[in-house]
Design a binder for this molecule. Structure first.
Ligand code: PHE
Length: 444
């Protein structure tokens, strides 16, 4: 449940549906499904197996093999979740802010075009950040079972109920079905190499691959628990939530703006959640009144916040577990150190939006000036995640003989994973890694 909570995140709710509508609707869904089950599931199973077999943190799990490559892999598998936690915390802080402002009746402010730009530079962010970090710290203090798992058991069903409720509400609006048509009708003519690459990175980020989360959770699995069924449960829940979210997001957009051309929608979840959606809720005022629209917005931001928090606790767990194991400190001290470090990192990264000119125009590469926040996203999300996936494949291939005992080898999934992890998946990940480096950092 905790791993499924880590998988269901902000990207599932708006990023996935809008990318599907822009990139061929049903055709995108089809490619996405192929990637989830044909490419990502084997990597997911490999990470869980690595954890379950070694019973170690990602750092020590990789370190069980000798050699510099594996030491680097161990470090990357610890540093990457830390840095992703930093940038994801910044976005989650914004969500918390929007939720609070909606609750106190300021939806009309959020819908103003200039609001988001001002909000992300405002002093109030620090307060929201402290509140968020305190909440996550509290969950983590409770430990994996009493904290993370209990929170996921409570929050994941809540997320489902809210999502279904919003779907039902949105589908009752006029013109909602036009959105369904864009979402579900397959148009294979839109599919090109970029769309395929986008579907793969969406699928692997969504399943939290390469972040050390699944290795860490694998290490907590009981001996008798079945990795293959856990893997299907995680991938299935994640994909189901993404799919159902499309039944809410796109009908909402089309009910309000029936003439929308999906090609013009922003592909980024951030632009959609913080700029586009508040406008949509304000457009609902003539239909359901200001209070009604504020309630709908409040419910939507709560949904997004729940999805983000269950992802964040999981990703904080990776550096936390490493600290606890390697420095031999208690869980409470490790939690305190982890949340403080991520708070500091998040606060510095959040200054990249104008508050600090130096961090806002931090570096230039690939023909563009980038902020510190952009740099973190480019390096850790875009570039290192596929590399980490590749390292997992290589590790698992090297140790397949010992690892395979954790997967019953009569099952089709295990045979398929064995073949895929040792042949085409590493090749695909290597190509994605190299082409990202080339296109991100060298093309002008
Ligand atoms: N699966 C998450 C999402 O789709 C990705 C993530 C996991 C991000 C864990 C941060 C922490 O949003």
């Amino acid at each position: 449940m905790a791993a499924a909570g880590s998988a269901v995140g902000i990207g599932n709710l708006v990023g996935f549906p809008v990318n599907a509508a822009k990139n061929g609707g049903g055709a995108f869904l089809f490619i996405y499904l192929l990637f989830v089950f044909g490419v990502c599931l084997p990597v997911l199973l490999a990470e869980l197996t690595m954890g379950k077999h070694t019973r170690q943190t990602p750092m020590s799990a990789f370190g069980q093999q000798n050699g510099l490559t594996w030491r680097i892999a161990g470090w990357l598998a610890t540093l990457t979740p830390f840095m992703i936690a930093v940038f994801y915390s910044v976005i989650t802080v914004w969500i918390l802010g929007y939720l609070h402002l909606t609750a106190v009746g300021n939806l009309n402010q959020l819908a103003k075009p200039e609001f988001f730009g001002q909000f992300i530079q405002s002093d109030s962010l620090l307060m929201y950040m402290l509140a968020l970090i305190a909440l996550i710290g509290l969950i983590l203090f409770g430990g994996v079972q009493q904290g993370i798992e209990r929170a996921s058991r409570l929050l994941m069903p809540a997320l489902f109920v809210i999502l279904i409720g919003l779907c039902v509400f949105v589908l009752t609006l006029d013109n909602a079905t036009a959105g369904l048509a864009f979402y579900l009708t397959p148009d294979f003519s839109k599919v090109n190499i970029e769309v395929i690459n986008g579907a793969l990175s969406q699928a692997s980020f969504s399943l939290s691959l390469g972040m050390g989360i699944l290795i860490t959770y694998g290490s907590y699995l009981e001996d008798e628990s079945k990795i293959t069924s856990s893997g299907y449960m995680i991938a299935g829940t994640d994909t189901l939530v993404a799919f159902v979210a499309g039944l809410m997001t796109l009908p909402a957009i089309f009910a309000i703006y029936p003439e929308t051309d999906p090609a013009t929608l922003s592909g980024s979840s951030v632009g959609l959640v913080f700029s586009f959606f508040p406008k949509i809720f304000m457009e609902m005022v003539p239909l359901i009144g200001y209070t009604g629209a504020s309630i709908a917005a409040f419910v939507f931001f709560s949904l997004t916040l729940i999805a983000a928090v269950t992802s964040l606790v999981s990703i904080f767990e990776v550096p936390l577990a490493s600290l606890q194991d390697h420095i031999k400190i208690t869980r409470k001290s490790a939690t305190l150190i982890t949340v403080t470090l991520i708070l500091l990192g998040g606060w510095v990264a959040s200054q990249s939006f104008g508050r600090s000119p130096w961090l806002t125009e931090f570096v230039s590469y690939g023909g563009a000036t980038k902020s510190l926040f952009d740099l973190i996203v480019d390096v850790f999300y875009e570039t290192i995640l596929p590399l980490n996936g590749l390292l997992v494949c290589l590790y698992v291939s090297a140790k397949w003989q010992v690892l395979k005992s954790h997967l019953p080898d009569t099952e089709f999934t295990t045979r398929y994973s064995q073949l895929a992890l040792r042949s085409f998946i590493p090749i695909i990940l290597l190509v994605v890694f190299i082409s990202t480096i080339y296109s991100k950092y060298f093309i002008r």
